[in-house]
Design a protein around this ligand. Structure first.
Ligand code: ATP
Ligand code: MG
Length: 280
Protein backbone atom coordinates (compact mmCIF):
# COMPACT_ATOMS: atom_id res chain seq x y z
CA UNK A 1 0.00 0.00 0.00
CA UNK A 2 1.52 3.34 -0.99
CA UNK A 3 1.27 6.25 1.41
CA UNK A 4 -1.45 8.05 -0.56
CA UNK A 5 -3.67 4.92 -0.48
CA UNK A 6 -4.07 5.54 3.23
CA UNK A 7 -5.93 8.78 2.64
CA UNK A 8 -9.64 9.08 1.95
CA UNK A 9 -8.90 12.42 0.38
CA UNK A 10 -5.75 14.23 -0.60
CA UNK A 11 -5.07 17.58 -2.22
CA UNK A 12 -1.57 18.23 -3.47
CA UNK A 13 -0.58 21.80 -4.24
CA UNK A 14 -4.17 22.47 -5.31
CA UNK A 15 -4.68 25.86 -6.96
CA UNK A 16 -7.76 27.38 -8.54
CA UNK A 17 -8.12 30.78 -10.19
CA UNK A 18 -11.40 32.40 -11.21
CA UNK A 19 -10.84 34.87 -14.04
CA UNK A 20 -9.57 38.17 -12.73
CA UNK A 21 -10.82 37.44 -9.18
CA UNK A 22 -7.44 35.92 -8.30
CA UNK A 23 -6.61 32.72 -6.52
CA UNK A 24 -9.53 31.02 -4.79
CA UNK A 25 -7.21 28.17 -3.76
CA UNK A 26 -3.52 28.71 -3.42
CA UNK A 27 -1.30 25.59 -3.36
CA UNK A 28 -3.38 23.78 -0.75
CA UNK A 29 -1.96 20.55 0.66
CA UNK A 30 -4.39 18.48 2.67
CA UNK A 31 -4.67 14.79 3.55
CA UNK A 32 -7.64 13.29 5.38
CA UNK A 33 -7.60 9.73 6.69
CA UNK A 34 -10.62 7.41 6.48
CA UNK A 35 -12.97 7.89 9.42
CA UNK A 36 -11.88 11.44 10.25
CA UNK A 37 -14.38 14.25 10.81
CA UNK A 38 -12.68 17.47 9.79
CA UNK A 39 -13.96 21.04 9.96
CA UNK A 40 -13.07 23.41 7.16
CA UNK A 41 -13.16 26.87 8.66
CA UNK A 42 -12.80 30.24 7.04
CA UNK A 43 -14.38 33.64 6.60
CA UNK A 44 -16.59 34.37 3.61
CA UNK A 45 -14.66 34.12 0.34
CA UNK A 46 -11.78 32.13 1.85
CA UNK A 47 -12.25 29.22 -0.59
CA UNK A 48 -14.20 26.60 1.41
CA UNK A 49 -16.86 25.91 -1.24
CA UNK A 50 -14.27 25.96 -4.01
CA UNK A 51 -12.18 23.36 -2.18
CA UNK A 52 -15.17 21.06 -1.64
CA UNK A 53 -16.31 21.46 -5.25
CA UNK A 54 -12.82 20.59 -6.49
CA UNK A 55 -12.78 17.49 -4.26
CA UNK A 56 -15.89 16.10 -5.91
CA UNK A 57 -14.88 17.12 -9.42
CA UNK A 58 -17.53 19.82 -9.88
CA UNK A 59 -14.75 22.34 -10.35
CA UNK A 60 -11.46 21.83 -12.16
CA UNK A 61 -8.15 22.96 -10.74
CA UNK A 62 -5.91 25.23 -12.80
CA UNK A 63 -3.67 23.78 -15.48
CA UNK A 64 -0.49 23.08 -13.51
CA UNK A 65 -2.70 23.57 -10.44
CA UNK A 66 -1.92 20.37 -8.55
CA UNK A 67 -4.16 17.39 -8.00
CA UNK A 68 -6.96 15.78 -5.99
CA UNK A 69 -6.92 12.10 -5.01
CA UNK A 70 -9.63 9.95 -3.45
CA UNK A 71 -8.56 6.72 -1.77
CA UNK A 72 -5.24 6.98 -3.55
CA UNK A 73 -6.84 7.29 -7.00
CA UNK A 74 -6.50 10.48 -8.99
CA UNK A 75 -9.76 12.40 -9.39
CA UNK A 76 -8.19 15.33 -11.19
CA UNK A 77 -4.76 16.59 -11.98
CA UNK A 78 -3.45 19.80 -13.57
CA UNK A 79 -6.88 20.92 -14.71
CA UNK A 80 -8.02 17.60 -16.15
CA UNK A 81 -10.58 15.24 -14.68
CA UNK A 82 -9.59 11.59 -14.60
CA UNK A 83 -11.58 9.09 -16.70
CA UNK A 84 -12.46 7.47 -13.37
CA UNK A 85 -14.29 10.55 -12.14
CA UNK A 86 -17.79 9.06 -12.45
CA UNK A 87 -16.88 6.00 -10.47
CA UNK A 88 -15.02 7.98 -7.80
CA UNK A 89 -17.97 10.38 -7.44
CA UNK A 90 -20.25 7.48 -6.55
CA UNK A 91 -18.44 7.13 -3.25
CA UNK A 92 -18.59 10.85 -2.52
CA UNK A 93 -21.63 12.93 -1.61
CA UNK A 94 -21.84 16.71 -1.36
CA UNK A 95 -24.45 18.36 0.83
CA UNK A 96 -25.18 22.06 0.54
CA UNK A 97 -26.42 24.83 2.77
CA UNK A 98 -29.62 25.01 0.72
CA UNK A 99 -30.99 21.57 1.11
CA UNK A 100 -31.25 20.69 -2.61
CA UNK A 101 -34.16 18.28 -2.41
CA UNK A 102 -36.74 18.44 -5.20
CA UNK A 103 -39.66 20.17 -3.47
CA UNK A 104 -42.61 18.80 -5.41
CA UNK A 105 -41.84 15.10 -4.90
CA UNK A 106 -41.93 13.02 -1.75
CA UNK A 107 -39.04 12.71 0.64
CA UNK A 108 -38.86 8.98 -0.16
CA UNK A 109 -38.43 9.54 -3.92
CA UNK A 110 -35.85 12.25 -3.21
CA UNK A 111 -33.88 9.76 -1.15
CA UNK A 112 -34.28 7.10 -3.85
CA UNK A 113 -32.56 9.41 -6.33
CA UNK A 114 -29.40 8.59 -4.38
CA UNK A 115 -29.56 5.26 -6.21
CA UNK A 116 -29.51 6.88 -9.65
CA UNK A 117 -25.96 5.89 -10.56
CA UNK A 118 -26.95 2.28 -9.86
CA UNK A 119 -30.39 2.24 -11.52
CA UNK A 120 -31.11 2.16 -15.28
CA UNK A 121 -32.19 5.60 -16.51
CA UNK A 122 -35.57 4.40 -17.86
CA UNK A 123 -36.55 3.04 -14.46
CA UNK A 124 -35.61 6.18 -12.58
CA UNK A 125 -37.43 8.36 -15.15
CA UNK A 126 -40.58 6.34 -14.60
CA UNK A 127 -40.03 6.45 -10.84
CA UNK A 128 -40.01 2.64 -10.82
CA UNK A 129 -37.97 1.46 -7.91
CA UNK A 130 -38.04 -2.10 -6.62
CA UNK A 131 -39.30 -3.09 -3.20
CA UNK A 132 -35.70 -3.78 -2.15
CA UNK A 133 -34.65 -0.29 -3.26
CA UNK A 134 -37.54 1.31 -1.38
CA UNK A 135 -36.55 -0.66 1.68
CA UNK A 136 -32.99 0.69 1.49
CA UNK A 137 -34.37 4.23 1.27
CA UNK A 138 -36.73 3.65 4.21
CA UNK A 139 -33.85 2.30 6.29
CA UNK A 140 -31.85 5.44 5.50
CA UNK A 141 -34.82 7.61 6.50
CA UNK A 142 -35.09 5.63 9.70
CA UNK A 143 -31.39 6.24 10.37
CA UNK A 144 -31.93 10.00 10.15
CA UNK A 145 -35.16 9.88 12.18
CA UNK A 146 -37.55 10.67 9.32
CA UNK A 147 -39.51 7.44 8.69
CA UNK A 148 -42.79 9.18 9.49
CA UNK A 149 -42.17 11.86 6.86
CA UNK A 150 -41.32 9.45 4.01
CA UNK A 151 -44.37 10.28 1.91
CA UNK A 152 -44.44 13.99 2.68
CA UNK A 153 -43.62 16.42 -0.13
CA UNK A 154 -40.08 17.68 0.40
CA UNK A 155 -41.19 21.32 0.14
CA UNK A 156 -43.36 20.91 3.24
CA UNK A 157 -40.49 19.70 5.46
CA UNK A 158 -38.65 21.98 7.86
CA UNK A 159 -35.12 23.07 6.99
CA UNK A 160 -33.58 20.63 9.46
CA UNK A 161 -35.71 17.78 8.12
CA UNK A 162 -34.72 18.61 4.55
CA UNK A 163 -31.06 18.58 5.50
CA UNK A 164 -31.49 15.20 7.22
CA UNK A 165 -33.25 14.02 4.03
CA UNK A 166 -30.22 15.10 1.99
CA UNK A 167 -28.04 13.08 4.39
CA UNK A 168 -30.34 10.05 3.94
CA UNK A 169 -29.88 10.36 0.18
CA UNK A 170 -26.10 10.31 0.66
CA UNK A 171 -26.49 7.11 2.72
CA UNK A 172 -28.54 5.47 -0.04
CA UNK A 173 -25.90 6.49 -2.54
CA UNK A 174 -23.42 4.48 -0.46
CA UNK A 175 -21.10 7.45 -0.01
CA UNK A 176 -18.03 6.79 2.11
CA UNK A 177 -16.88 10.39 1.94
CA UNK A 178 -19.40 13.04 2.87
CA UNK A 179 -18.57 16.65 2.03
CA UNK A 180 -20.93 19.18 3.55
CA UNK A 181 -20.79 22.84 2.56
CA UNK A 182 -22.12 24.87 5.50
CA UNK A 183 -24.74 22.21 6.23
CA UNK A 184 -26.22 24.10 9.19
CA UNK A 185 -25.84 27.72 8.11
CA UNK A 186 -29.56 28.09 7.34
CA UNK A 187 -30.80 26.28 10.43
CA UNK A 188 -32.05 27.34 13.85
CA UNK A 189 -30.05 26.20 16.92
CA UNK A 190 -32.14 23.10 17.65
CA UNK A 191 -32.02 21.88 14.03
CA UNK A 192 -28.31 22.69 13.95
CA UNK A 193 -27.76 20.45 16.94
CA UNK A 194 -29.78 17.60 15.41
CA UNK A 195 -28.00 17.74 12.06
CA UNK A 196 -24.55 18.02 13.66
CA UNK A 197 -25.33 15.15 16.07
CA UNK A 198 -26.48 13.06 13.11
CA UNK A 199 -23.32 13.77 11.14
CA UNK A 200 -21.23 12.88 14.16
CA UNK A 201 -23.08 9.61 14.66
CA UNK A 202 -22.57 8.64 10.99
CA UNK A 203 -18.90 9.30 11.48
CA UNK A 204 -18.69 7.33 14.72
CA UNK A 205 -21.00 4.40 13.98
CA UNK A 206 -20.39 3.92 10.24
CA UNK A 207 -16.86 5.20 9.99
CA UNK A 208 -17.84 7.69 7.30
CA UNK A 209 -15.21 10.29 6.46
CA UNK A 210 -16.62 13.79 6.81
CA UNK A 211 -15.33 17.19 5.76
CA UNK A 212 -17.65 20.03 6.77
CA UNK A 213 -17.21 23.65 5.94
CA UNK A 214 -18.30 25.82 8.84
CA UNK A 215 -18.38 29.50 9.63
CA UNK A 216 -18.45 28.91 13.34
CA UNK A 217 -15.46 27.88 15.41
CA UNK A 218 -17.64 26.73 18.34
CA UNK A 219 -19.24 24.07 16.14
CA UNK A 220 -15.84 23.00 14.88
CA UNK A 221 -14.58 22.67 18.44
CA UNK A 222 -17.62 20.77 19.63
CA UNK A 223 -17.85 18.24 16.81
CA UNK A 224 -14.51 17.93 15.05
CA UNK A 225 -11.17 17.06 16.60
CA UNK A 226 -9.33 18.50 13.62
CA UNK A 227 -9.84 21.83 11.90
CA UNK A 228 -8.37 23.06 8.67
CA UNK A 229 -8.58 26.82 8.27
CA UNK A 230 -8.39 28.79 5.04
CA UNK A 231 -7.70 32.45 4.51
CA UNK A 232 -7.80 33.92 1.02
CA UNK A 233 -7.37 30.48 -0.51
CA UNK A 234 -4.40 29.53 1.66
CA UNK A 235 -4.33 26.86 4.28
CA UNK A 236 -3.32 28.76 7.40
CA UNK A 237 -4.02 26.17 10.10
CA UNK A 238 -4.30 22.39 10.21
CA UNK A 239 -4.46 20.91 13.69
CA UNK A 240 -6.57 20.24 16.75
CA UNK A 241 -9.76 22.32 16.81
CA UNK A 242 -8.95 23.06 20.45
CA UNK A 243 -5.87 24.97 19.27
CA UNK A 244 -8.04 27.67 17.71
CA UNK A 245 -8.36 29.87 20.75
CA UNK A 246 -9.31 33.56 20.46
CA UNK A 247 -5.71 34.72 20.26
CA UNK A 248 -4.92 32.26 17.49
CA UNK A 249 -8.02 33.22 15.52
CA UNK A 250 -7.19 36.89 15.85
CA UNK A 251 -3.67 36.21 14.73
CA UNK A 252 -4.91 34.23 11.69
CA UNK A 253 -7.85 36.38 10.65
CA UNK A 254 -7.33 39.85 12.11
CA UNK A 255 -10.62 41.79 12.12
CA UNK A 256 -12.36 38.91 10.31
CA UNK A 257 -12.06 36.66 13.36
CA UNK A 258 -15.40 37.91 14.71
CA UNK A 259 -17.13 36.38 11.70
CA UNK A 260 -16.04 32.96 12.96
CA UNK A 261 -17.02 33.23 16.60
CA UNK A 262 -20.81 33.81 16.66
CA UNK A 263 -22.53 32.18 19.60
CA UNK A 264 -25.93 31.78 18.00
CA UNK A 265 -25.21 28.46 16.31
CA UNK A 266 -25.83 26.30 19.36
CA UNK A 267 -28.31 28.64 20.95
CA UNK A 268 -25.99 30.04 23.59
CA UNK A 269 -26.81 33.43 24.99
CA UNK A 270 -23.68 35.55 24.53
CA UNK A 271 -23.43 36.46 28.20
CA UNK A 272 -23.56 32.79 29.25
CA UNK A 273 -21.41 31.40 26.49
CA UNK A 274 -18.13 29.79 27.37
CA UNK A 275 -16.78 29.47 23.86
CA UNK A 276 -13.62 27.70 24.90
CA UNK A 277 -15.31 25.00 26.94
CA UNK A 278 -16.77 22.10 24.99
CA UNK A 279 -20.32 21.56 26.21
CA UNK A 280 -22.58 18.62 25.42
N1 ATP B 1 -17.80 30.69 -10.11
C1 ATP B 1 -17.01 31.67 -9.65
N2 ATP B 1 -16.63 32.67 -10.48
C2 ATP B 1 -15.80 33.66 -10.05
N3 ATP B 1 -15.30 33.73 -8.81
C3 ATP B 1 -15.65 32.76 -7.94
C4 ATP B 1 -16.51 31.68 -8.31
N4 ATP B 1 -16.67 30.86 -7.25
C5 ATP B 1 -15.93 31.40 -6.26
N5 ATP B 1 -15.33 32.54 -6.67
C6 ATP B 1 -14.42 33.38 -5.87
O1 ATP B 1 -13.50 32.53 -5.23
C7 ATP B 1 -13.26 32.95 -3.88
C8 ATP B 1 -13.59 31.82 -2.93
O2 ATP B 1 -15.00 31.60 -2.97
P1 ATP B 1 -15.71 30.45 -2.17
O3 ATP B 1 -17.14 30.45 -2.59
O4 ATP B 1 -14.96 29.19 -2.32
O5 ATP B 1 -15.56 30.97 -0.66
P2 ATP B 1 -16.25 30.44 0.67
O6 ATP B 1 -15.17 30.28 1.68
O7 ATP B 1 -17.06 29.25 0.36
O8 ATP B 1 -17.16 31.66 1.09
P3 ATP B 1 -18.59 31.68 1.85
O9 ATP B 1 -18.30 31.47 3.30
O10 ATP B 1 -19.12 33.05 1.57
O11 ATP B 1 -19.45 30.60 1.25
C9 ATP B 1 -14.10 34.20 -3.69
O12 ATP B 1 -13.28 35.32 -3.92
C10 ATP B 1 -15.16 34.09 -4.75
O13 ATP B 1 -15.63 35.35 -5.15
MG1 MG C 1 -19.10 28.84 0.49
Amino acid sequence: MSKSDQFALELRQASKTFGTAGLALDKVNLAVRPGEMVALLGASGSGKSTLLRCVCGLEKLDANGGSVHLQGRTLQSDGRLSPEVRELRQHTALIFQQFNLVGRISLLVNVLTGLLPHVPVWRSLLGRFTVAERLVALQALDAVGLSAQALQRASTLSGGQQQRGAIARALVQGAQLLLADEPVASLDPESTRMVMDLLQSLNQSRGMTLVLSLHNVDLARKYCTRTVALRQGRLVYDGPSSGLDPQRLKQLYGAQHQELTGHEALGQAPELAQPWVVTT
